[in-house]
Design a binder for this molecule. Structure first.
Ligand SMILES: NC(=O)c1ccc[n+]([C@@H]2O[C@H](COP(=O)([O-])OP(=O)(O)OC[C@H]3O[C@@H](n4cnc5c(N)ncnc54)[C@H](OP(=O)(O)O)[C@@H]3O)[C@@H](O)[C@H]2O)c1
Ligand SMILES: [Zn+2]
Ligand SMILES: [Zn+2]
Length: 357
């Protein structure tokens, strides 16, 4: 191992190619920074979009991963937020300008300069950030979160760092709680967390899914009703019934399908980010009943800490399948085929022990 490549990782070297073992350089923590030995990293559909270059913005080599749970292994000068040995989480954001209106309001995800992402963000003319599919990572302590889940729940807590906060933030923003009947569309990583959070917040939750076999699980996660989104007759029953819809689907589809389900002044929030544009909405579905469509991007650092604390208090974690890093390409293929129940998490010990890496 040379000083130039002191950390094992897995990377995609070009678009739509399999991930392969890859060595990267992690520098020691500077002032204000923490170093984490990564224990677990969730696999978000955004990692797959990225490796496929679906958004035509991927920088290669790409080391994805932004649902990170690790143990603090070194502290830079002046860090008091953590001690060596603490468990900490890192999500999508590891920097922002700190000066724009959004940063001043602690909404780093909407930084006017663009936030610095855990992976795929430019650092200088030649380098970009490399994410959590790696043994260790160094980030400013300000962007590392306290994780209060017990040891046995840490793997399941990893997906909270992206899937969890991405659904928690709009649920809170749009006041989802007691007395509200809401729809969650799509039950993958984000969707199953949305069902859990919305029901923990006291709302009545209807899951709209294209997968009949997920319905029993949805009820177990807190949904009161489930509806097969491909069945027109079942869908008609929910017309004008919902206060809010959270749409997590990763593929393009017609937005009118769910807009029609909203009551007057209801909002459909899109968090899914498909490669191809959606179709709709028909303007009359907006005009009548003054309905709205909005988007939402992950969540702020402050809100992520709030979400992690809420999850620890309510015992909320993701339903996961723990995999070895060598199985990453199979996991991506299964995610493409919509065969994930409901989040893959990489046991990073498998990378440390990987002789080929
Ligand atoms: N806004 C943000 O900040 C943010 C953050 C993270 C991720 N994302 C994006 O959110 C999306 C979901 O991510 P994820 O990790 O939850 O993905 P995922 O685990 O793959 O789940 C996506 C779900 O969408 C539904 N779906 C997939 N293909 C479909 C199709 N062709 N027609 C209808 N439904 C389909 C499936 O649910 P059913 O089987 O229940 O139908 C599937 O489980 C991705 O596009 C991701 O990039 C956005
Ligand atoms: Zn993500
Ligand atoms: Zn800013």
């Amino acid at each position: 191992m040379t000083n130039m490549s002191n950390t094992k990782a897995y990377a995609a070297l070009a678009a739509k190619t399999p991930l392969v073992p890859y060595r990267i350089l992690r520098r020691p923590p500077g002032p204000g920074e923490v170093q984490l030995e990564i224990l677990y990293c969730g696999i978000c559909h955004s990692d797959l979009h990225s490796v496929h270059d679906d958004w035509e913005a991927t920088r290669f080599p790409s080391v994805p991963g932004h649902e990170i749970i690790g143990r603090v292994s070194a502290l830079g000068e002046g860090v008091t937020k953590f001690a060596v040995g603490d468990v900490a989480g890192i999500g999508c954001i590891i920097g922002c300008c700190g000066e724009c209106i959004s940063c001043k309001e602690e909404l780093e995800q909407y930084c006017e300069q663009g936030f610095l992402g855990t992976f795929n963000s430019p650092i200088n003319d030649t380098e970009h950030t490399l994410g959590g599919y790696s043994e260790r990572i160094v980030v400013p302590a300000r962007y590392a979160l306290h994780v209060r889940h017990p040891t046995g729940q840490l793997a399941g807590a990893a997906p909270l760092l992206c899937a969890g906060i991405t659904v928690y933030s709009p649920l809170r923003m749009w006041g989802v709680g007691p007395g509200k009947k809401i729809g969650v569309v799509g039950m993958g990583g984000l969707g199953h967390m949305a069902v859990k959070f919305a029901s923990a917040l006291g709302a009545e939750v209807v899951l709209f899914t294209s997968s009949t076999e997920k319905m029993a699980d949805a009820k177990r996660f807190g949904a009161t009703e489930c509806c097969l989104s491909t069945d027109k007759e079942s869908m008609t029953r929910y017309a004008n019934q919902l206060d809010f819809v959270l749409n997590t689907v990763s593929a393009s589809h017609n937005l009118d399908t769910y807009l029609r389900l909203l009551k007057r002044d209801g909002t459909q929030v899109l968090v899914g980010a498909p490669a191809e544009p959606h179709t709709g909405p028909r303007v009359f579905n907006l005009l009548f009943r003054r309905r709205r469509i909005a988007g939402s991007l992950i969540g702020s650092i402050r809100e992520t800490q709030e979400m992690l604390d809420f999850s620890a208090t309510h015992g909320i974690t993701a339903e996961i399948e723990l995999i070895k890093i060598a199985d990453i390409n199979d996991a991506f293929a299964r995610m493409e085929r919509n065969e994930v129940h409901y989040r893959f998490v990489i046991d990073m010990e498998s990378l440390r022990q990987d002789q080929t890496a």
